[in-house]
Write a protein that binds this ligand. Structure first.
Ligand code: COA
Ligand code: AMP
Length: 632
């Protein structure tokens, strides 16, 4: 069948289509009900099906004879360590850790926070939770204790699993002191922590509270998978919204498993036994879906890479991993490719490696500029596909899907809707826009399986954030358009969310942090274009009356505040002192106009502005300080 035929069927006969896809999995009880609504009017997939994600990712493949196939290749240029784990070995470790959790009275329905670097134990921890029906919440290791504390208070974990340290290039990040600070700050106190002790650093354990992973594992009894309902929350993954409170995206089990299985064949064109490498971090949705659950559900070998695209040791490291492990499908973020391109523009390092195993390269996480897309295709001579998705969707919404015909990806575009996603571009009043007109990228309800079920214990916020703007649609938060050939272009966020080096961050949260500075009367943080990271935040501040701090002092102090509260990953480096912020007569800060000025783009002076002269001040200050590409 052609892509168009498959796609149309997925929209016209949603239940029939996804029932068939669900049959690709081994359920304890196949669902009778395919699509339904819960008591809050929210869609649910496969409501009465019973399954277990850890069984599907491990035991099932062992039963099918894949026990001795490598499941995880751990490659750590950071430590010089390479380890390969077969499906049998991973299953044993997962079952043991599940046994440890059970012995600590973790039961189905409990939550466990995982705050870990990119080590195999992080994957084992996720699967161990899934095995006993505990809902995990992985927190990206680059977040500061304050961010971790917010998530602990929201998810209320019984246990936190962490490690003694992570590595960023050649710098050790000590996790245990960060974890201790987060637990001090949070109101909810977990019952225990479990700490993986990597070689080379001993830590202070609080007796009977911090439990050493290795010691627990040496006495552990293996636990069997527990049957859970399809709608059982496999995980909560917090993502930045427009305020300081991150959104706890809740993922179900059965819908997600079905969608991932479908995506592995139909989007990534992967076969069981293939090697799949997603160069992301387990702390992001890409890590959840395509380091851990997707490749393992499909019987692939997944690569867990503890390194960076450059300087570990050089910009050839990605190509070395692909050649060494005969990677068939590779997924990364445009920032990583920009970093490699900057250091190895002619692809000389790439030429040292045999990339013949590689079939397809996928990009996502942020907008990919055409120059990066084209460079990658030209140098690797492989098909490159930019595809679009979010923490909320859990798997791709736009991309190239396999059918009988060969569709080609268009530079700058995230291509076409994937099965089950009916994607329209709407104007502010919810009317469908014509081709080439930019508007709100919105997905018609019901969304396909695997997409977010709800926000963790906050259905009202779920409805108001995503479902209330346009009746019958999910609001993605992105702006974009469809071109004359039907290709979709995602142009960036239309809210206070930015993407810095593929990391999703909230400028709204940064504003809340800056506003707490005693000398600052008001502020606005916007994302400006950045050559390497795609975007980076810049803050504009107005002083309180009587304050006489200099811009330099304020810059230093606000940088420290953002680093302390969110983490270095926010990459907040610049604060600009202005006399006033541009506002409408009703007091709304004109952030969009500020962004256009900062990026040197044409803008219309809004008719509602109270004082147009302030726009010129913003432009002059950006120019003085050469703070964006437009003014360098
Ligand atoms: N733990 C602790 N700190 C982290 C971290 C982590 N997991 N990730 C980033 N940081 C820190 C960095 O060490 C750096 O700290 P510093 O200011 O003290 O030097 C800061 O956050 C900014 O990091 P980053 O913006 O990533 O810059 P970098 O110079 O360290 O690395 C790249 C630049 C391009 C190599 C890196 O950003 C990269 O690999 N990007 C691709 C990311 C990606 O794949 N994202 C996709 C997720 S789906
Ligand atoms: P996250 O939830 O961290 O995965 O970030 C999701 C956001 O990243 C989206 O809402 C987009 O703004 C952006 N994004 C992800 N993939 C793409 C893409 N292929 N093109 C443009 N933007 C993207």
């Amino acid at each position: 069948m052609s892509y168009k035929e498959i796609y149309h069927r997925s929209i016209q006969d949603r239940e029939g289509f996804w029932r068939e896809q669900a049959q690709e999995l081994s359920w304890y009880q196949f669902p009778n009900t395919i699509l339904s609504k819960n008591e809050n009017g929210l869609y649910r997939w496969f409501e009465d099906g019973m399954l277990n994600m850890s069984y599907l990712c491990l035991d099932f493949h062992i039963e099918q004879g894949r026990g001795e196939q490598v499941a995880i290749i751990y490659d750590s240029p950071a430590t010089g360590n390479v380890q390969k784990f077969t499906y049998n070995q991973v299953k044993t470790q997962v079952a043991k850790l599940a046994g440890v959790l059970s012995s600590l009275q973790v039961v189905k329905g409990d939550t466990v926070v995982i705050y870990m670097p990119m080590i195999p134990e992080a994957v084992i921890a996720m699967l161990a939770c899934a095995r006993i029906g505990a809902t995990h919440s992985v927190v990206f290791g680059g977040f500061a204790p304050h961010e971790l504390a917010i998530r602990i208070d929201d998810a209320k974990p019984k246990i936190i699993i962490s490690a003694n340290y992570g590595i960023e290039f050649d710098k050790r990040i000590e996790y245990k002191p960060l974890l201790d600070r987060a637990i001090d700050e949070s109101s909810h106190k977990p019952q225990n922590t479990i700490i993986v002790e990597r070689e080379g650093m001993t830590i202070d354990y609080k007796d009977n509270y911090d439990l050493p992973y290795n010691q627990l594992m040496s006495n552990a009894k293996e636990a069997e998978p527990v049957e859970v309902n399809s709608t059982h929350p496999l995980y909560i993954l917090y993502t930045s919204g427009t305020t300081g409170k991150p959104k706890g995206i809740v993922r179900d089990t059965g819908g997600y498993a079905t969608a991932l299985k479908f995506s592995m064949s139909h989007i990534y064109n992967a076969n069981p036994g293939d090697t799949f490498w997603s160069a992301s971090d387990v702390g992001w949705v890409v890590g959840h879906s395509y380091i851990v659950y997707g490749p393992l559900i499909h019987g692939c070998t997944t690569v867990l890479f503890e390194g960076k695209p450059i300087r570990t040791p050089d910009a050839g490291t990605f190509w070395r991993v692909i050649a060494e492990y005969k990677v068939n499908t590779f997924f990364t973020a445009p920032t990583a490719i920009r970093a490699i391109k900057k250091e190895d523009p002619d692809g000389e390092l790439m030429k040292k490696y045999n990339l013949s195993s590689l079939n397809l390269i996928f990009l996502a996480g942020e907008r990919c500029d055409p120059a990066t897309f084209e460079w990658l295709g030209e140098k690797t001579k492989k098909p490159v596909i930019d595809h679009w998705w979010q923490t909320e969707s859990g798997w791709p919404m736009l991309g190239i899907q396999y059918g009988d015909e060969k569709l080609s990806a268009k530079s700058g575009s995230s291509n076409f809707p994937i099965c089950g996603y009916e994607i329209d571009i709407l104007d502010d009043d919810g009317n469908k826009l014509d081709r080439k007109e930019e508007g709100f990228v919105s997905v018609k309800l019901p969304m396909p399986p695997g997409t977010l079920m709800d926000l963790w214990q906050d259905t009202e916020n779920f409805k108001s954030s995503y479902l209330s703007k346009f009746d019958g649609y999910y609001l993605s938060g992105d702006g974009g358009y469809i071109d004359e050939d039907g290709y979709y272009f995602i142009m960036g966020r239309i809210d206070d969310v930015i993407n810095v080096a593929g990391h999703r961050l909230s400028t709204g949260e940064m504003e809340e942090i800056l506003a707490a500075h005693p000398a600052i009367a008001e502020c606005a943080v916007i994302g400006v274009e950045d050559e390497l990271r795609g975007q980076r935040p810049i803050g504009f501040i107005v002083l309180k009356d009587g304050q006489d701090k200099t811009e330099n002092q304020l810059e230093e102090e606000t940088i420290a505040m953002v680093r302390e509260k969110i983490g270095a990953v926010a990459f907040y480096r610049n604060t600009i002192l202005v006399k006033r912020l541009p506002k409408t007569r009703s007091g709304k800060i004109l952030r969009k106009t500020m962004r256009l000025i900062a990026d040197g783009k044409p803008f219309a002076v809004p008719s509602t502005i109270d004082d147009p002269s302030i726009l010129e001040e913003i432009r002059e200050r950006m120019k003085d300080r050469k703070l964006s590409l437009a003014f360098e």
